[in-house]
Design a protein around this ligand. Structure first.
Ligand SMILES: NC(=O)c1ccc[n+]([C@@H]2O[C@H](COP(=O)([O-])OP(=O)(O)OC[C@H]3O[C@@H](n4cnc5c(N)ncnc54)[C@H](O)[C@@H]3O)[C@@H](O)[C@H]2O)c1
Ligand SMILES: O=C(O)[C@H](O)COP(=O)(O)O
Length: 527
């Protein structure tokens, strides 16, 4: 049974996806302070939040069973993602579900700031019929500057074009093709700041975007510019914005998000020129249903070990890429585990090479499973698919991923080489159509073994009698040999033998085998 703690209000229709699952138990406890979450989180496999709950490093540390933290929304700035990655916990969001709602709120804010609707509304409600104070501006032919041209920025642009606005956009990842397709002018932040009548930001809050609109940018703006922030508080420097409004550079601002939420101490809230909403971008019935369903489905996928796509601390892969990689994941982990049980000494580097069909697809998930297979054997369960690359880095283990094109013999091949301070070990495996995974080489010796069950791997000198002695020792201890593979490069040289045996062997027996003259090493490998 998996237990999910729902710590913020999430749409029932999304939670339904969790209730429907027979192996999932849902506890809803919203609004808990950090200390109370810390006290109970060790019982839970998953934590589900919106932006209210701050998922701190202390909560993550206390979540001994936590496998996944789900965010019903886009921004994960309320979650300590590096701490989750280190702890091997998947963090996932629901990136698409509230795009339209937030774009629509942004547009409402553009309109509100152009026509001062909230201010006029308030005055009339207060009993004053004032038509002189609320002369606004048209949007037609005005320049809208969009900073951050992702999902929401793009939707805002489309709506602005319908109003006859000219759109300039800045995003470091925007391609000329995308700018052309949407019909916007690609520009720098400086160009936008100097030319725009309205500026709206749609980036995440990062160290690069924090205060990206501040005093120097306000100083270059047209007098009468209007500023909108429905992304994250802090992208626009609130103190600088206050000053720019006071000195007449900014005519109006419309804010949905704040450096501190709620913005109890912000002087901006009291200004007549500023329209404020309490972080409502995603607050529509539709968005809340969308994000809740999306994140709940993904939580179920993670908990039940099905493929998932919205993890923010894993490389995101399109569904079709995930499908093409899936069959190789098991092979990758087995090759990793096999090596892990053979190697002696401190691991210095792990080189993963891919050939044939594999050189055409994204192999980083296979590398992760390989690293996990090797490292978890030595360092325990704290190493998993999420933190394996970070773990290797922290242990100063060099890792590399190489693609080498077509292979002479196999249609696909994974070759892994581990260098320790004592020796270099390698293994290669392939996925045969219809025959499943096969190990095809071990330390450079050609073999043909099924990576399954208990295996005995020997390194020995190719002399008569060794194989017989091994068989006799195993036979007299009632251990049946199910399969046998021998590989050598030259007669009388070094050779390897891979035996598939029907049950594990004792330490005493391993010693007996290691004492056979001509045998250099014996490893028992369980896959
Ligand atoms: N007010 C709300 O309730 C609400 C609702 C949804 C999303 N949001 C916020 O809106 C923001 C955008 O959401 P989205 O779904 O469009 O995300 P997105 O990931 O689709 O787009 C963000 C874009 O910002 C760009 N970017 C990153 N760093 C940048 C920089 N230094 N300069 C310029 N661009 C940069 C990225 O390249 C990306 O294209 C997020 O911060 C999200 O949390 C707020
Ligand atoms: O990043 C987001 O998705 C928005 O800020 C929405 O946040 P909320 O779920 O708290 O409304």
């Amino acid at each position: 049974m998996f237990k999910v703690l729902v710590a913020d209000p999430i749409s029932e229709l999304g939670l339904q996806k969790l209730y429907e699952h027979p192996d999932i138990q849902v506890d809803i406890q919203t609004g808990l302070p950090e200390a109370e979450i810390i006290a109970i989180i060790d019982q839970y496999d998953a934590l589900l939040v919106r932006s209210q709950t701050k998922v701190t490093a202390s909560i993550i540390q206390a979540g001994k069973k936590l496998r996944v933290i789900g965010r019903a929304g886009v921004g994960v700035d309320n979650i300590d993602v590096p701490a989750a990655t280190k702890a091997g916990i998947i963090v996932m969001n629901a990136p698409d579900g509230n795009t339209i709602s937030t774009a629509e709120l942004t547009f409402a804010m553009i309109m509100a700031s152009a026509r001062k609707i909230p201010q006029a509304h308030q005055k009339l409600k207060n009993g004053t019929w004032d038509r002189k104070s609320f002369v606004g501006v048209e949007l037609r032919n005005k320049v809208l500057g969009i900073i951050g041209f992702g999902r929401i920025g793009t939707e805002v642009a489309k709506r602005a074009q319908a109003f006859g606005m000219k759109v300039m956009a800045y995003d470091p990842f925007m391609t000329p093709e995308k700018a052309e397709e949407v019909g916007v002018q690609a520009a720098s932040v400086n160009e936008i700041v100097e030319a725009a009548d309205f500026i709206t930001v749609h980036t995440p809050l990062t160290k690069d975007t924090k205060h990206m609109i501040s005093t120097p940018q306000f100083a270059k703006m047209k007098r009468g510019v209007r500023i909108i922030n429905c992304a994250r508080g802090g992208i626009i420097d609130e103190a600088a914005l206050f000053e720019a409004i006071q000195n007449g550079i900014v005519a109006n601002a419309a804010l949905d998000v704040y450096e501190q939420e709620p913005p109890t101490d912000s002087p901006l809230v009291g200004l007549e020129q500023v329209v404020v909403t309490p972080h409502l971008g995603a607050s529509t019935e539709e968005a809340q249903i969308n994000v809740a369903i999306d994140v709940a489905e993904e939580l179920v996928n993670v908990l039940t070990e099905q493929p998932f796509k919205n993890a923010v601390n894993l490389p995101s892969l399109p569904q079709e890429v995930l499908k093409s990689v899936q069959p190789y994941l098991e092979l990758g982990e087995k090759l990793g585990l096999l090596l892990a049980q053979r190697i002696r000494g401190r691991v210095q580097s792990i080189k993963c090479s891919y050939a044939g069909d594999l050189s055409k697809i994204s192999v980083s998930p296979i590398t992760r499973t390989l690293l996990k297979g090797i490292l978890s054997y030595h360092y325990g369960e704290e190493v998993n698919y999420i933190n394996a690359p970070l773990f290797a880095e922290e242990q100063k283990i060099q890792t590399s991923e190489i693609k080498s094109g077509k292979h002479k013999v196999f249609t696909n091949l994974i070759h892994v080489e581990v260098t320790t301070d004592e020796q270099v070990y390698s293994v290669a495996g392939t996925l045969f159509n219809g025959l499943g995974p096969k190990i095809v080489s071990l330390d450079g010796f050609t073999i043909d073994a099924n990576p399954t069950g208990t295996m005995l791997i020997t390194e020995h000198t190719d002399t008569p009698g060794i194989i017989g002695q091994v068989g006799t020792i195993l036979g007299t201890s009632d251990i049946n040999i199910g399969s046998m593979q021998v590989g050598r490069k030259e007669e009388g040289g070094l050779a390897v033998m891979v035996l598939g045996i029907d049950k594990p062997i004792s330490v005493e027996l391993l010693h007996l085998l290691r004492n056979i003259r001509g045998i250099h090493s014996v490893s028992e490998v369980n896959l």
